[in-house]
Write a protein that binds this ligand. Structure first.
Ligand code: BTN
Length: 248
Protein backbone atom coordinates (compact mmCIF):
# COMPACT_ATOMS: atom_id res chain seq x y z
CA UNK A 1 0.00 0.00 0.00
CA UNK A 2 1.16 3.54 -0.79
CA UNK A 3 2.50 5.14 2.37
CA UNK A 4 2.06 8.80 3.16
CA UNK A 5 5.05 10.95 2.26
CA UNK A 6 6.17 14.30 3.61
CA UNK A 7 6.20 15.77 0.12
CA UNK A 8 2.53 14.98 -0.52
CA UNK A 9 1.13 15.63 2.92
CA UNK A 10 2.79 19.02 3.44
CA UNK A 11 2.73 20.22 -0.15
CA UNK A 12 2.67 24.04 -0.24
CA UNK A 13 2.72 24.37 3.56
CA UNK A 14 5.33 26.38 5.42
CA UNK A 15 7.33 23.83 7.40
CA UNK A 16 9.02 26.58 9.39
CA UNK A 17 5.84 26.64 11.47
CA UNK A 18 5.19 22.91 11.62
CA UNK A 19 6.95 20.13 13.51
CA UNK A 20 5.85 16.76 12.26
CA UNK A 21 6.15 13.01 12.66
CA UNK A 22 5.08 10.52 9.99
CA UNK A 23 5.04 7.16 11.75
CA UNK A 24 4.39 3.57 10.74
CA UNK A 25 2.92 2.64 14.06
CA UNK A 26 2.26 4.27 17.43
CA UNK A 27 0.03 3.62 20.45
CA UNK A 28 -2.08 6.71 19.75
CA UNK A 29 -1.17 9.83 17.79
CA UNK A 30 -2.92 11.90 20.50
CA UNK A 31 -0.89 10.31 23.29
CA UNK A 32 2.32 10.75 21.27
CA UNK A 33 1.55 14.43 20.59
CA UNK A 34 0.72 15.06 24.25
CA UNK A 35 4.14 13.77 25.28
CA UNK A 36 5.95 16.21 23.00
CA UNK A 37 6.58 19.91 23.44
CA UNK A 38 5.05 22.39 21.10
CA UNK A 39 8.21 24.03 19.74
CA UNK A 40 6.62 25.52 16.63
CA UNK A 41 3.14 26.84 15.96
CA UNK A 42 1.87 23.37 15.06
CA UNK A 43 2.85 19.82 15.86
CA UNK A 44 1.43 17.23 13.45
CA UNK A 45 1.57 13.49 14.14
CA UNK A 46 0.34 11.01 11.55
CA UNK A 47 0.58 7.23 11.73
CA UNK A 48 -0.30 4.37 9.37
CA UNK A 49 -1.56 2.37 12.34
CA UNK A 50 -2.39 2.78 16.03
CA UNK A 51 -2.11 0.00 18.59
CA UNK A 52 -4.23 1.82 21.23
CA UNK A 53 -6.30 4.27 19.21
CA UNK A 54 -8.61 6.22 21.49
CA UNK A 55 -12.15 7.39 20.84
CA UNK A 56 -14.40 9.68 22.84
CA UNK A 57 -15.79 8.59 26.20
CA UNK A 58 -12.97 6.14 26.83
CA UNK A 59 -13.87 4.00 23.82
CA UNK A 60 -11.34 2.30 21.57
CA UNK A 61 -10.78 3.60 18.02
CA UNK A 62 -10.12 0.63 15.77
CA UNK A 63 -6.95 1.61 13.88
CA UNK A 64 -5.59 -1.09 11.54
CA UNK A 65 -2.89 -0.46 8.95
CA UNK A 66 -5.40 -0.22 6.13
CA UNK A 67 -4.88 3.15 4.46
CA UNK A 68 -6.97 5.14 6.93
CA UNK A 69 -6.13 8.53 8.42
CA UNK A 70 -4.96 8.73 12.03
CA UNK A 71 -3.64 12.20 12.71
CA UNK A 72 -3.21 14.66 15.54
CA UNK A 73 -2.58 18.38 15.37
CA UNK A 74 -1.43 20.20 18.49
CA UNK A 75 -1.62 24.00 18.70
CA UNK A 76 -2.74 26.90 20.85
CA UNK A 77 -6.08 28.40 19.96
CA UNK A 78 -7.27 31.79 21.10
CA UNK A 79 -10.35 31.98 18.89
CA UNK A 80 -13.60 32.21 20.81
CA UNK A 81 -15.57 29.65 18.79
CA UNK A 82 -15.77 26.09 20.15
CA UNK A 83 -12.94 24.15 18.55
CA UNK A 84 -14.77 20.86 18.74
CA UNK A 85 -17.53 21.90 16.34
CA UNK A 86 -15.22 23.99 14.17
CA UNK A 87 -12.94 21.03 13.45
CA UNK A 88 -15.84 18.93 12.18
CA UNK A 89 -16.91 21.81 9.95
CA UNK A 90 -13.36 22.32 8.61
CA UNK A 91 -13.05 18.62 7.76
CA UNK A 92 -16.37 18.55 5.92
CA UNK A 93 -15.20 21.59 3.93
CA UNK A 94 -11.77 20.06 3.32
CA UNK A 95 -13.42 17.00 1.76
CA UNK A 96 -15.17 19.26 -0.75
CA UNK A 97 -12.13 21.40 -1.53
CA UNK A 98 -9.69 18.47 -1.83
CA UNK A 99 -11.98 16.58 -4.21
CA UNK A 100 -13.35 19.61 -6.07
CA UNK A 101 -16.81 18.09 -5.57
CA UNK A 102 -19.69 18.45 -3.16
CA UNK A 103 -19.10 15.42 -0.96
CA UNK A 104 -21.37 17.02 1.66
CA UNK A 105 -20.25 14.91 4.59
CA UNK A 106 -22.98 15.70 7.13
CA UNK A 107 -22.22 16.98 10.60
CA UNK A 108 -23.81 15.28 13.56
CA UNK A 109 -23.63 17.22 16.82
CA UNK A 110 -21.16 17.73 18.31
CA UNK A 111 -18.57 16.70 15.74
CA UNK A 112 -19.09 13.41 13.92
CA UNK A 113 -19.02 13.29 10.13
CA UNK A 114 -21.48 11.02 8.37
CA UNK A 115 -21.90 9.82 4.82
CA UNK A 116 -24.88 7.61 3.94
CA UNK A 117 -25.96 7.72 7.59
CA UNK A 118 -22.71 6.13 8.78
CA UNK A 119 -19.85 7.64 10.70
CA UNK A 120 -16.75 8.06 8.56
CA UNK A 121 -14.74 10.38 10.80
CA UNK A 122 -14.28 10.77 14.53
CA UNK A 123 -12.66 13.66 16.39
CA UNK A 124 -11.10 13.54 19.85
CA UNK A 125 -10.00 16.88 21.28
CA UNK A 126 -7.93 17.00 24.43
CA UNK A 127 -6.24 19.96 26.05
CA UNK A 128 -3.30 20.71 28.29
CA UNK A 129 -2.41 23.80 30.25
CA UNK A 130 1.22 24.79 29.86
CA UNK A 131 2.59 27.99 31.35
CA UNK A 132 -0.89 29.56 31.52
CA UNK A 133 -1.61 28.72 27.90
CA UNK A 134 -3.97 26.08 26.67
CA UNK A 135 -2.67 23.68 24.06
CA UNK A 136 -5.20 21.68 22.13
CA UNK A 137 -4.54 18.16 20.93
CA UNK A 138 -6.89 17.55 18.04
CA UNK A 139 -7.13 13.91 16.99
CA UNK A 140 -8.80 13.00 13.72
CA UNK A 141 -9.61 9.51 12.47
CA UNK A 142 -11.01 9.03 8.96
CA UNK A 143 -11.84 5.60 7.65
CA UNK A 144 -11.16 4.51 4.08
CA UNK A 145 -11.25 0.81 4.73
CA UNK A 146 -12.14 -1.30 7.74
CA UNK A 147 -11.49 -5.04 7.65
CA UNK A 148 -13.74 -5.44 10.69
CA UNK A 149 -17.23 -3.91 10.61
CA UNK A 150 -19.75 -2.58 13.09
CA UNK A 151 -23.17 -1.49 11.90
CA UNK A 152 -22.47 2.22 12.37
CA UNK A 153 -18.94 2.28 10.94
CA UNK A 154 -18.73 3.89 7.53
CA UNK A 155 -15.81 4.24 5.17
CA UNK A 156 -14.93 6.41 2.20
CA UNK A 157 -12.92 3.86 0.21
CA UNK A 158 -15.06 4.48 -2.86
CA UNK A 159 -13.95 8.12 -2.83
CA UNK A 160 -10.25 7.33 -2.72
CA UNK A 161 -9.62 8.23 -6.36
CA UNK A 162 -11.13 11.70 -6.10
CA UNK A 163 -10.11 12.11 -2.47
CA UNK A 164 -6.71 10.52 -1.88
CA UNK A 165 -5.80 10.67 1.80
CA UNK A 166 -2.64 12.78 1.34
CA UNK A 167 -4.75 15.41 -0.43
CA UNK A 168 -7.42 15.29 2.25
CA UNK A 169 -4.83 15.60 5.04
CA UNK A 170 -3.25 18.55 3.21
CA UNK A 171 -6.62 20.31 2.90
CA UNK A 172 -7.48 19.68 6.55
CA UNK A 173 -4.14 21.16 7.62
CA UNK A 174 -4.71 24.20 5.41
CA UNK A 175 -8.17 24.67 6.92
CA UNK A 176 -6.89 24.48 10.48
CA UNK A 177 -3.92 26.78 9.80
CA UNK A 178 -6.19 29.36 8.20
CA UNK A 179 -8.68 29.06 11.06
CA UNK A 180 -5.95 29.60 13.65
CA UNK A 181 -4.76 32.75 11.87
CA UNK A 182 -8.10 34.27 10.89
CA UNK A 183 -10.84 32.62 12.95
CA UNK A 184 -14.12 31.79 11.19
CA UNK A 185 -16.81 34.43 10.63
CA UNK A 186 -20.39 33.14 10.65
CA UNK A 187 -19.30 29.66 11.58
CA UNK A 188 -22.69 28.89 13.19
CA UNK A 189 -24.45 29.35 9.82
CA UNK A 190 -21.83 27.28 8.01
CA UNK A 191 -22.08 24.53 10.63
CA UNK A 192 -25.88 24.43 10.51
CA UNK A 193 -25.85 24.25 6.69
CA UNK A 194 -23.72 21.10 6.86
CA UNK A 195 -25.60 19.59 9.81
CA UNK A 196 -27.60 16.53 8.74
CA UNK A 197 -30.27 16.69 11.47
CA UNK A 198 -31.61 20.27 11.48
CA UNK A 199 -35.29 20.20 12.46
CA UNK A 200 -35.23 16.48 13.13
CA UNK A 201 -36.30 14.66 16.26
CA UNK A 202 -33.41 13.27 18.25
CA UNK A 203 -32.38 12.00 21.62
CA UNK A 204 -29.65 13.93 23.41
CA UNK A 205 -27.67 12.05 26.02
CA UNK A 206 -25.99 14.51 28.33
CA UNK A 207 -22.44 14.01 29.59
CA UNK A 208 -22.22 12.62 33.12
CA UNK A 209 -25.97 12.23 33.28
CA UNK A 210 -28.08 9.17 32.84
CA UNK A 211 -30.98 11.31 31.68
CA UNK A 212 -31.74 11.70 28.00
CA UNK A 213 -33.81 14.47 26.43
CA UNK A 214 -35.97 13.98 23.37
CA UNK A 215 -36.85 16.92 21.17
CA UNK A 216 -36.51 18.70 17.85
CA UNK A 217 -33.00 19.93 17.01
CA UNK A 218 -33.18 23.67 16.54
CA UNK A 219 -29.55 24.39 15.69
CA UNK A 220 -26.72 25.62 17.88
CA UNK A 221 -25.69 28.81 19.66
CA UNK A 222 -22.38 30.73 19.44
CA UNK A 223 -20.87 28.44 22.07
CA UNK A 224 -21.72 25.38 20.01
CA UNK A 225 -24.40 24.24 22.43
CA UNK A 226 -27.38 22.32 21.11
CA UNK A 227 -30.78 24.03 21.10
CA UNK A 228 -33.38 21.34 21.65
CA UNK A 229 -37.11 22.03 21.57
CA UNK A 230 -38.66 19.50 23.92
CA UNK A 231 -42.40 19.11 24.53
CA UNK A 232 -42.20 21.70 27.30
CA UNK A 233 -39.27 24.06 26.69
CA UNK A 234 -36.25 25.04 24.61
CA UNK A 235 -33.30 23.35 26.26
CA UNK A 236 -29.67 24.38 25.82
CA UNK A 237 -27.40 21.36 25.97
CA UNK A 238 -23.69 21.97 26.45
CA UNK A 239 -22.08 18.59 26.11
CA UNK A 240 -22.96 15.03 25.31
CA UNK A 241 -23.93 12.99 22.28
CA UNK A 242 -27.08 12.61 20.28
CA UNK A 243 -28.80 9.77 18.54
CA UNK A 244 -31.29 9.82 15.72
CA UNK A 245 -33.60 7.01 14.62
CA UNK A 246 -32.21 5.11 11.64
CA UNK A 247 -28.89 6.91 11.77
CA UNK A 248 -25.90 5.39 13.53
C1 BTN B 1 -14.53 9.36 18.35
O1 BTN B 1 -14.75 8.55 19.27
O2 BTN B 1 -15.42 9.64 17.53
C2 BTN B 1 -13.20 10.02 18.21
C3 BTN B 1 -12.21 9.17 17.49
C4 BTN B 1 -10.86 9.84 17.31
C5 BTN B 1 -9.83 8.94 16.67
C6 BTN B 1 -8.55 9.64 16.35
S1 BTN B 1 -7.48 8.66 15.37
C7 BTN B 1 -6.16 9.79 15.63
C8 BTN B 1 -6.26 10.24 17.08
N1 BTN B 1 -5.53 9.35 17.94
C9 BTN B 1 -6.32 8.68 18.77
O3 BTN B 1 -5.96 7.83 19.61
N2 BTN B 1 -7.61 9.04 18.57
C10 BTN B 1 -7.72 10.06 17.54
Amino acid sequence: MHKLTQKEVFKGLNLENIDFYLLDTVDSTNTFAKQRLLNKEFLVVISEQQTSGRGRQGKEWYSPDAGNIYMTIKFKDKNPAPLSLIIGLLISEAMDSASGQKINAGLKWPNDLLINKKKICGILIESEINADEVEFIVGIGINYSLPKKELWWGEIGELKDILPREKLINSILRGIISYKENGYQNWVDAWEKRCMHMGMELKAVLNNQLKAEIGIFNGINEEGMMLLQTATELKVISSGECSIKGIY
